[in-house]
Design a protein around this ligand. Structure first.
Ligand code: C2E
Ligand code: CA
Ligand code: CA
Ligand code: CA
Length: 279
């Protein structure tokens, strides 16, 4: 009667019941997928529109299963965050990114910085920043070769902790970008309180830039803020030349988007970057 009723209520309130059967199956297989290296980054270039050179690349997680199926971040990042597995996943991506940076330097004469996406929870974990810096040192990768993009800032609970983590990264020589700038809570108060190196202007404004004067005004204002605060700025989600040119008129040089290239496996990125910047 009552006891059973209560037990059932408690059961429905504990976190794992928020997951569908499919999500539970994915969550269960995630740790092994990380251990087997099935979760690896694709790389998307950030291009200087003035010179055509690749100035950075962003590492974007892909889950490539043994049977060749590819899952995109939308299918497992949020899930990993809710399921408490994001730190594990991040460690896997960091490992790949640092090894890749080392290999590009050693074997391909390519010294383009690699950006990794960190969730707030990653920075709130006390050991992750130290782990990242130690990993670079262990592989002989200069700290400037790794950058950090902070996503999902709406979940910042401990501003002081995130603030310290960002300061530590910057003191170590890593650039730290505020991702999805202008959306949700990734905006002015976060920018005000945390010492970022730069911002990544969210795609939602870029996508509508051509025909929406309001998006145009927001982008212009963001560029002004970045300039006044001495921040770097990257526009992401740029899909056509017209938008790229409009951004250029506003003073935005660093462009990421399908107009130049989609995220791709490391070997393709090497070819892309080498053809974009001949020796
Ligand atoms: P994000 O960090 O904002 O990454 C940019 C997303 O926009 C990527 O989607 C990229 O493929 C896509 N994109 C780039 N250029 C264009 C374009 O011109 N047009 C359109 N329509 N899309 C473009 P993706 O790879 O599916 O990643 C989605 C999100 O998942 C990322 O958004 C990021 O928040 C998260 N994510 C990806 N990898 C990681 C990771 O290793 N760790 C964490 N914590 N989050 C990650
Ligand atoms: Ca990002
Ligand atoms: Ca973004
Ligand atoms: Ca995003």
């Amino acid at each position: 009667g009552l006891v059973f009723h209560l037990a059932r209520r408690i059961w429905t309130l504990i976190p794992h019941t928020r997951f569908s059967a499919e999500e539970r199956r994915l969550l269960r297989s995630l740790p092994q997928a990380v251990a087997r290296g099935e979760i690896q980054p694709y790389f998307q270039p950030v291009v200087d529109a003035g010179t055509g050179k690749v100035v950075a690349v962003e590492a974007l997680a892909r889950w490539i299963k043994a049977d060749g199926t590819l899952l995109s971040p939308g299918q497992f990042i949020g899930l990993a965050e809710r399921g408490g597995l994001i730190r594990l996943l991040t460690k896997g991506i960091i490992e790949h990114a640092v090894r890749t940076a080392a290999a590009w330097r050693a074997h391909h004469d390519l010294d383009i910085p690699i950006s990794i996406n960190l969730s707030v929870e990653d920075l709130e974990a006390s050991d992750l920043v130290d782990h990242l810096i130690a990993l670079c040192d262990q592989h002989g990768v200069p700290h400037g070769a790794i950058r950090v993009e902070l996503t999902e800032t709406q979940s910042i609970v401990h501003f002081d902790v995130v603030d310290r983590a960002v300061a530590t990264l910057r003191q170590a020589g890593m650039a730290v970008y505020l991702d999805d700038f202008g959306t949700g809570y990734a905006s002015l108060s976060v920018l005000h309180r945390i010492p970022f190196t730069g911002i990544k202007l969210d795609q939602s404004f870029i996508r509508t830039l051509r025909d929406d004067p309001r998006a145009d005004a927001i982008v212009r204002a963001s560029v002004a803020i970045a300039q006044d605060l001495g921040l770097s700025l990257v526009a992401e989600g740029v899909e056509d030349w017209e938008t790229r040119d409009r951004l250029g008129e506003m003073g935005v040089r660093h462009i990421q988007g399908y107009v130049y290239a989609r995220p791709m496996p490391a070997p393709e990125l090497i070819a892309f970057a080498q053809q974009a910047q001949p020796a």
